[in-house]
Design a protein. Sequence first.
Length: 174
Amino acid sequence: MSRRRRNRSRDISGIVVLNKAAGLSSNSALQEVKKLYEANKAGHAGSLDPLATGVLPVCLGEATKVSQFLLDSDKRYRTRIKLGIRTDSGDSEGTIIEQHEKVSVSRKVVEHALTKFKGEVEQLPPMHSALKIKGVPLYKFARKGIAIERKTRLISVYKIELVNFGNGELELDI
């Protein structure tokens, strides 16, 4: 005799502000929250790359109607950069394809270079990102070695600040 699984979902509305862990896709985090709250309907207000940690707003029920407002809002990022290393993915998970043992650059030079990234900037989304093309995150294509043509998009960088500098590493607040 087979047992039927009861539909345990319910009408619940609200926004859960989740601190997404590294290694977890935004969709996996969304599904966990949806399951935890037994919600009929859920959606997240923006994707974070699996490597990224941080705030992921999860909208439940009627709150999914406001998710676009959250998607269109300004975001803030904190990142660390290791100077002298280039990877095939552009992030720390990729294979190192170029490495320079000693990188000599002053804080003043770095701060000046950062000013060029402030304002309206044309950005080509990297292949290793959560941006979706035809419903599939770019990083899934990249992991299979498939290059997808991407269009540049205009982004606004209101602030870019060098928080820490030393030992060949930068920490930026964007």
